[in-house]
Ligand binder design. Structure first.
Ligand code: SAM
Length: 241
């Protein structure tokens, strides 16, 4: 998907990028590829692949939940790495209030430099592990939408993400083909952490590049500070399995 095809694909969905937004995506591509020469950020570096598999793929979250492309929501992106999905969403919808969490400080530094180069405001960058930050009053039960792409299996991801969502908010997991199996493994974690499985949506990427699955988890109750481990799963602390 070359940049022109990207603009056209968005236009077909009613999203007309301004010249400033097109330039922001170009700068993002340039910074990603240049920084990747000295820091491990992505294995995808060819322009049309970056536009499809990083930029467009990130925006699909806004195609399955259109509020994210239009409203003034607070969105927390757990394990945002080089900024996916939150930076492409922020470029398209500057009203979003974004918090990006990552456990690798060099990635947070990249995101800080990038936000400056893209002139983005309303971005909060947090270095740390989600399982720890989720206990902190500053972040706990604080976001309309919590999301994560390519971070962990659904049961672990639920434990990392759900504490950040407000009651009445939602956690949306971005998943590939194995979403149904992963969801089966996560039903205990979702229930015990104050969630309820909501919609499940699929989206086919252009050029036969595969299907993206989205699992919506509604936060219906506060996440308890302590909770029992799933019976019969000795595993690592503090994950419920
Ligand atoms: C495979 S990368 C995916 C990055 C980005 N979301 C994407 O889709 O390109 C996973 C990222 O999650 C971060 N990460 C993994 N476990 C984490 C945790 N428990 N808390 C915060 N960040 C975490 C890693 O440092 C890494 O940057």
């Amino acid at each position: 998907m070359k940049p022109e095809e990207f603009y056209q694909a968005l236009s077909q969905r009613g999203i007309e990028l301004s010249s400033k937004q097109k330039e922001q995506f170009q700068i993002y591509f340039h910074e990603l590829v240049e920084t990747n020469k000295v820091m491990n950020l992505t294995t995808i570096t060819e322009e049309s692949q970056v536009y499809l598999k990083h930029f467009y793929d990130s925006l699909v979250l806004g195609f399955v939940d259109e509020r994210i492309l239009t409203d003034e929501l607070s969105l927390c992106d757990i394990g945002s790495g080089a900024g996916f999905p939150s930076i492409p969403l922020k470029i398209v919808n500057p009203k979003l209030k974004i918090t990006m969490v990552d456990s690798l400080n060099k990635r947070i530094k990249f995101l800080n430099d990038l936000s400056g180069k893209l002139n983005l405001t309303g971005i909060n960058l947090v270095h740390g592990r989600a399982e720890e930050l989720g206990k902190n009053k500053l972040y706990r039960e604080n976001y309309d939408v919590v999301t994560a792409r390519a971070v962990a299996a659904m049961n672990v991801l639920t434990e990392l993400c759900l504490p950040f969502a407000k009651v009445g908010g939602e956690f949306i997991a971005m998943k590939s083909e194995k979403a149904p199996e992963e969801l089966n493994e996560a039903t205990y974690a979702i229930k015990i952490l104050g969630g309820k499985v909501g919609d499940q949506k699929s989206f086919e990427l252009p050029n036969n590049e595969g299907v993206r699955n989205f699992i919506f988890v509604d936060k219906t109750k506060p996440t308890p500070k302590k909770y029992p481990r799933k019976p019969g799963t000795p595993g690592r602390k503090p994950l419920v399995g």
